[in-house]
Design a protein around this ligand. Structure first.
Ligand SMILES: [Zn+2]
Ligand SMILES: [Zn+2]
Length: 209
């Protein structure tokens, strides 16, 4: 049995997902905390629940999803993994954030490794299968936890919508193919936890495609 805590961080309300097991082994998906106040909220939760943060994983490299990677790495030293096709976004994240008006001085750490399609990232009772879903960006991935029936879909699939494809590396036909071939083929009761907004299910979203 796994537990899940959602933190909608920063003005763009990027959902950071903290998955942890009963022994406290933890994985953080999309460390999107922008400032020390948001980071403290995460730290307090980690401390209060005796969580050992072993991984921080990114669904993709857009700046609003990586704000907290440096703070989290410095405090807990989890393995930081992202798809290699989105690595170049990390270097630009600070400049991009400032160009959108964010007061942000953080930096992103060098990844400890790269996520590939069909990898499984495991710690304790958590087993996340990596599903490469290019289209929102070329390095977009989703994470599937089969025992709980949870899918972390990043900015690829939202409740009632899909991610934008007008940014660098975006491709509309590709995101539709990724969703149809790789996500909608999961069990219809799968709970979908998107990068922004409320959760949904595969069965709820399927008729729209
Ligand atoms: Zn994005
Ligand atoms: Zn996003």
């Amino acid at each position: 049995m796994l537990k899940l805590k959602v933190f909608p961080f920063n003005p763009l309300q990027v959902n950071a997902y903290l998955i942890y097991d009963l022994q406290g082994a933890g994985i953080l998906i999309d460390p999107s905390c922008l400032n020390h106040a948001e980071f403290k909220e995460l730290q307090d939760f980690i401390a209060n629940n005796n969580i050992t943060l072993n991984y921080q994983l990114n669904t993709h490299g857009h700046f609003d999803h990586v704000f907290g990677t440096g703070m989290v790495k410095a405090a807990y030293n989890p393995k930081f993994l992202i798809h290699q096709s989105d690595e170049s976004f990390l270097i630009m994240a600070g400049d991009q954030a400032r160009s959108f008006g964010f007061e942000y001085q953080g930096t992103q750490p060098v990844p400890d490794g790269f996520l590939s399609d069909m990898d499984t990232i495991s710690t304790g009772e958590i087993h996340l299968k990596v599903i490469h879903v290019p289209g929102h960006s070329q390095g977009s991935v989703a994470f599937y936890e089969a025992s709980e029936g949870w899918l972390f879909s990043g900015d690829t699939l939202f409740a009632g919508g899909i991610g934008r494809t007008d940014l660098r590396g975006g491709n509309y036909d590709q995101i539709i193919a990724s969703i149809k071939d790789r996500l909608l083929t999961l069990p219809s009761e799968t709970l979908v936890f998107p990068g922004h907004g409320p959760q949904t299910t595969i069965g709820t979203e399927s008729p729209d495609f």
